[in-house]
Design a protein around this ligand. Structure first.
Ligand SMILES: [Zn+2]
Length: 222
């Protein structure tokens, strides 16, 4: 029997993370998410104040997996930082491609709670094929990238068939080209750009950052 998620959360905070974890409520933020400050060495986890849907343990642990990679590999695995000069339109367009990071974050989830994780992957996979999204050509970039991610995870962790073709297959192949057990900033940047290339001309490029070491600059290819 796998350890309970509550126990894994407690152990992760005590043993795996060296930096402080502060649960907080960021004004205007309605999603569970993490902001890591690598200079202060603090992980701020935003807990949305919605009583109807309490935070699931697996979702909270997922945020701690971002924190783990932020400490062990690079802070951009928890919080993406962009060089000043970006526009909201550029950022909104690129956001689905930046979900590339979840490929490595979820591998940490798999290491911590493999059976619970694989069960959730299969549930998401089956839900996608039962949803109306599967027959729509014009789905949003977010739904499209999430679908590719779900299918790539099911293939990688559960050995399901790859039923995709066309641009969905291109996105699934992009995920599967990277080793989720080997998180690094170059692969994160590359996969983000491979996903972006399927639906936009915007790309990210690694740049030195005075305070944080590295950040991304948004560029548009010709
Ligand atoms: Zn995440």
């Amino acid at each position: 029997m796998e350890r309970s998620l509550k126990k894994i959360i407690k152990e992760t905070k005590l043993r795996d993370l060296k930096w402080k974890v502060k649960d907080c409520h960021l004004p205007g933020e309605f999603d569970l998410n993490i902001r890591t400050d690598p200079i202060e060495k603090i992980h701020y986890i935003n807990i949305p104040q919605i009583k109807r849907s309490p935070i699931r343990d697996s979702d909270y642990l997922h945020e701690l997996c971002h924190a783990y990679l932020a400490e062990k590999v690079h802070h951009m695995f928890a919080t993406k930082r962009f060089r000043p000069g970006w526009t909201q339109e550029q950022l909104d367009t690129l956001r689905p491609a930046t979900y590339a990071v979840e490929w490595w974050v979820d591998y940490r989830m798999f290491q911590l709670a493999p059976e619970i994780f694989k069960k959730e992957v299969l549930e998401h996979y089956n839900a996608f094929f039962e949803s109306s999204l599967v027959n729509q050509n014009e789905i949003s970039a977010t739904d499209f990238i999430m679908a590719a991610f779900t299918i790539a995870q099911a293939i990688y962790y559960c050995g399901t068939e790859n039923p995709t073709e066309g641009r969905l297959a291109t996105a699934v192949d992009a995920y599967l080209s990277y080793d989720p057990a080997n998180p690094n900033l170059n692969d994160l940047t590359e996969l983000t750009n491979r996903l972006a290339s399927i639906y936009t001309l915007y790309r990210v490029r690694l740049m030195p950052h005075e305070e944080f070491g590295e950040c991304w600059e948004i560029i548009k290819i010709e």
